[in-house]
Structures are given as structure tokens and as C-alpha cells.
Design a protein around this ligand. Sequence first.
Ligand code: C5P
Length: 221
Amino acid sequence: MTAVPVVTIDGPSGTGKGTIAELLAKRLGWHCLDSGALYRALGLAAQRRGIDLDAAEPLARLAAGLRLEFRDARVLLDGADVSALIRTETAGGAASRVAAHAAVREVLLDWQRAAACPPGLVADGRDMGSVVFPDAPVKVFLTASPEERAARRYKQLKDKGMDVSLPALVAEIEARDARDRGRAVAPLVAPRGALVVDTTSLAIPEVLDRVLAAVRRVFPG
Ligand code: C5P
């Protein structure tokens, strides 16, 4: 599919995928694809246009014309910075609803694959290793206990100054994960051959070390 080296990092929310993907990309000097931001921005764009989140075809058309840019650490939708807006758990729920449609995912495939540019790509999401980059030489799947994942998301959102309640967050995360695991197309699964890391009691540098060791076995650079 591509000669550009790709490392995929998948897993449910709150496992540290995004953080590890960013740190790893920085360490390797590679590009980083936050595929969740794509679904989050699409959910936001749909809500702004009053498009039903269950309407596959209108959503797929919207996805095909989505004006989305990743610039530095910012996400621009129709030229405006939506980085903070797409990070709420409500935006996560909308993302998970639009992400359940096969037609939507199909449209976004090329866009995601085009992110594989030299010198390499670290891609994080739910189906990076199973569907988008099935030939990636290094696949990682991060897990953590539900309690730990909710606590991490709570801290993350609080640190961003958002008003969140822990019980509501737990319920939203559970609903989102159940939808992501149970959907018919590209469900959340550990890809075959993936390095599975339970991050429940690991600090970020420890997770990074394990992932980096797996990457170095394949790309000794
Ligand atoms: O990773 P993040 O929490 O930003 O993803 C938001 C939602 O987008 C997920 O709950 C999932 O439904 C969807 N998603 C997906 N496939 C990906 C990345 C995200 O379905 N590769």
C-alpha cells in the first residue's frame, strides 16, 4: 500500500493514545495523524448544519467536502480554529455517531491514507491498524481499566478548563466505547499482531518506552 513507515496506535478513549502518538512522532521526527479529530470535526460540522447524525448519505457528502486543516497543534474547520470545541465529551459522542456509518468511513479513508508522508507517520484512532493501515509494520493497542480511563479523561477536560461531572463522564465514555466496539463497520478491536499494552498502572514515559522499543525492533534508525 505504502512504502512510508507507519506505526498505528489504537484503543478506547482515555488510554493515552493521543499523548503517546504525539510523543512518539516527536521522538521519531515523523508526522502524527489524530484520526479522532477528523470524526469530531465532522460531528461538529454536521451539528452546525443541522444534519441528522444518523443520516449516512448526507453525512458522507459533508465528509467529502469537509474543509479541515491540521495546523501545528490546531484543528481548523472552514478556516476557523475548533481545537477546543471538538474536545468536549459531547463532541466525542457526536463523533462516535457519525463514525458508525460505513459511507462516512469510506470517504475518509483516502484522506487518512494521504497522511502517510515521508519520513513516516504515527497514526492514532480506533481502526488505524485494522482498516486504514493494515500493512503497518508496527501496531500498538492500548488498554486501561474503565475507572482509570474515566479518571484520566476527567483530569484532561478539567485541565482544559471544562466543566465536567465524573459520573456523567463515566456514562458518556461507556456509551461511546460500547458504540465503537459494537458497530458493524471498523469496530474497535486489537489488530492482529498488535503489541497490547495495559496502561492502567503505567506512567506515560513507561508506555512510551515500551512502544519505542517495539518500533526500534522494526526501524532500528
Ligand atoms: O480518539 P477520539 O476520542 O478523539 O475519537 C472520537 C470518536 O471518533 C471515537 O469514539 C470513535 O467513534 C471515532 N473514531 C473512529 N475511528 C478512528 C478514530 C476515531 O471511529 N480511527
